[in-house]
Design a protein around this ligand. Structure first.
Ligand code: ZN
Length: 281
């Protein structure tokens, strides 16, 4: 199953287009995309037998974030071996570094992003997990049963602010407006042959800069969610960025940053793509 946020309304994505969930369910489910995660199991049961006859074509530019208002928006760093090397850190043991991207930075899949003046704005394509059930102290083997679905994310990062000061400012440097595009839709785990082995990549102006597979994650989705859940309860609709592979601008020689007019396309196998255009502020 695929669901999306189309102009602020929850829709099912079908081969014939989008089905408005509130209308197709006669109001049983809210039109608000974030509300569905509170009733995820019930919604999945309904969706499996939903009437798709109202499917209509749509413009991808009207898509918003599949989980637009999570109570928690978590992200982890240093979760692919080669990226750890290029960033100049040592491999995390026990738990990768965890930070938040503040929710005001969250957007849909097709956007224009204002570059912070004087900044060094970098790309990080990531697989993103949306939680579908309250997840506290959950063992790895049960994690996929707690995941509503997967989407594509960009963990856009302004490196000067991120690295400034006596301790790094990961959360702040990654939370400018528009710095957390997600989408184009949420795909449930059962849609993948192996949800632990998906190719992800991104390109700047058509030139590929990152490509890897999620089987190379240092902490897999089950390991990551289980370990986080030992500390804090993950709530339905929470969003988790799982880390980026090698190839970011920070790790290049010479280093490379996003500039006025650049276009960034990010994709994950079996899900779809994000498209960001950057503009000088
Ligand atoms: Zn990241």
């Amino acid at each position: 199953m695929r669901i999306a946020n189309l102009a602020g309304r929850l829709v099912l994505i079908t081969p014939d287009g989008a089905v408005d969930v509130s209308k197709a369910s006669n109001g049983q489910f809210s039109a608000a995309p974030q509300a569905v995660y509170e009733r995820w199991d019930e919604f999945r049961d309904w969706a499996a037998r939903a009437d798709h006859s109202g499917a209509a074509p749509f413009d991808p530019a009207d898509l918003g974030a599949p989980a637009p208002a999570p109570r928690q928006l978590l992200a982890v760093g240093l979760n692919y071996r080669e990226h750890v090397s290029e960033a100049g850190f040592t491999l995390p043991v026990g738990m990768p570094p965890v930070f938040t991207k503040f929710v005001t930075s969250l957007t849909g899949p097709v956007t224009e992003v204002a570059l912070p003046p004087g900044g060094h704005t970098d790309w990080e394509v990531e697989l993103v997990v949306v939680i579908g059930r309250a997840t506290h102290r959950v063992p790895e083997a049960e994690v996929w049963n707690h995941v509503a679905g997967l989407t594509v994310g960009q963990d856009l990062s302004e490196r000067i602010l991120q690295m400034e000061g006596p301790a790094p400012q990961f959360s702040l440097g990654k939370s400018y407006p528009g710095f957390t595009p997600t989408g184009p839709w949420l795909v449930t785990p059962d849609e993948f042959d192996d949800p632990d082995d998906l190719e992800l990549s991104c390109a700047v102006n058509g030139e590929e800069v990152q490509r890897d597979r999620t089987r190379h994650l240092v902490f897999s989705v089950p390991a990551l969610v289980s370990r986080l859940s030992r500390v804090l309860p993950l709530l339905p609709g929470d969003v988790l960025f799982t880390g980026t592979p090698a190839g970011v601008g920070l790790g290049r020689s010479p280093q490379r940053w996003l500039g006025d007019g650049d276009e960034l396309v990010s994709s994950v196998e079996g899900i779809g793509e994000l498209r960001q255009r950057f503009a000088a502020a």
